[in-house]
Ligand binder design. Structure first.
Ligand code: KG4
Ligand code: ZN
Length: 347
């Protein structure tokens, strides 16, 4: 097998990123550079990502990211073998910015262009960081995604189920907003929950009564809103302890749902008798210590190995895109100038 050096671009949500990943033969892949420019400050005042602002910022920042990634890697453009780019799913303006930039680079350098599904990028990250062998079960949990994927090959995924409404990260962020905590909500809610009593409020565990691996998190937020308003009506406001107890109850419900649905997904995955079963998590919510601890317990009971990439590679980045492009390219697959940006693109 050949040596491959891939430049990857990511611009599907609110992070503009470029990275260089190299794999020599069958050796472990190496991240030679990974640059991420977040846009959180641009969107902060609006309470969410504004697509038009995001697209403009990506268009401005992509070139800078590429330059910084090259500098960090110590390589020049003529040492790159192919350009990988997120071609969807995501906010169309941002994806288009990335695809146009990648087409320009590939044409100018006369090298192949490889379109990558953003979700495949997340799903293949355990192979970039730990060379995890196929097939493994991936739980992708972030602000935008929530699904179980049996990952069988670079482009071979079986989706076992996922959220039918909000992603868990969205639920954490909304909970923080309802309680006046800081954004992003995940870390703030986790910190508050650590000081709270999870038994004071019993929040619903949506869809646990139904078979399968689908999940729902939007009802949880409504229940939290009701509990909050009941306290405010009764006492005129929320104390620090009320907030902590609400966060603890909320987080416990999320943990319970993810743990039970993971048990069901693992049962389906284990039916295929994988030689070395692995559950991998990715996405920003995988940073949550209570969720991690519970998933580790579930895995330990079933003799399944649990793995989570380092946080910087759990959240949006271009190293995962470069690596997913590398795997696809190695499998003999690439795109031409007809590559399209796709707002929706299920795996
Ligand atoms: O993967 P990510 O950076 O972006 C996408 O959504 O694609 O994930 C961000 C999400 C946010 O909703 C944030 O609140 C959540 O991950 N998050 C957490 C924690 N840290 C980040 N959620 C729960 N607990 C955490 N410790
Ligand atoms: Zn993502």
């Amino acid at each position: 097998t050949q040596d491959l050096t891939i430049l990857g671009l990511e611009s599907s949500c609110d992070d503009t990123a470029a990275a260089v990943v190299r794999q020599s033969g069958d050796n472990a892949p190496e991240i030679l550079a990974s640059i991420v420019h977040g846009q959180a400050d641009l969107h902060a005042a609006f309470g969410g990502v504004v697509p038009e602002i995001a697209a403009r910022a990506h268009a401005e920042k992509l070139d800078i990211c590429v330059e910084e990634a090259l500098t960090e890697s110590g390589l020049s453009l003529n040492q790159i073998d192919a350009i990988a780019v997120t071609a969807g799913p995501g906010l169309i303006g941002g994806v288009l910015s990335g695809v146009m930039c990648a087409k320009g680079l590939a044409t100018g350098l006369g090298i192949p262009l490889v379109g990558v599904n953003h979700l495949a990028g997340h799903a293949l990250t355990p192979r970039l960081t730990d060379q995890v062998a196929f097939p493994y079960l991936m739980l992708l949990v972030s602000g935008g995604h929530c699904q179980f994927l049996i990952t069988r090959g670079p482009q071979e995924f079986s989706r076992l189920g996922g959220t039918i409404d909000d992603a868990p990260g969205e639920a954490f962020d909304k909970t923080a907003r309802l309680l006046g905590l800081s954004q992003p909500g995940g870390p703030a809610v986790q910190a508050a929950a650590e000081k709270g009593d999870a038994k004071r409020f019993r929040f619903p565990r949506p869809l646990l009564d139904r078979p399968g691996c689908d999940m729902s998190f939007s009802g949880l937020k409504t229940a939290l809103l009701r509990a909050r308003d009941a306290i405010i009506t009764e006492k005129g406001g929320l104390t620090e302890q009320d907030r902590a107890d609400l966060c603890a109850g909320f987080q416990e419900a999320v943990v319970a749902v993810l743990a039970e649905k993971t048990r069901r997904a693992l049962a389906i995955y284990l039916e295929g008798r994988p030689l070395a079963p692995v559950l991998a998590v990715a996405g920003g919510v995988a940073a949550n210590t209570a969720i991690r601890a519970e998933l580790e317990t579930v895995c330990a009971g079933l003799e399944v190995k649990f793995t989570a990439p380092p946080l910087a590679l759990c959240t949006d980045n271009a190293a995962m895109i470069a690596y997913a492009g590398l795997e696809r390219f190695r499998a003999g697959d690439s795109d031409d100038m007809t590559l399209m940006a796709r707002p929706r693109w299920p795996l």
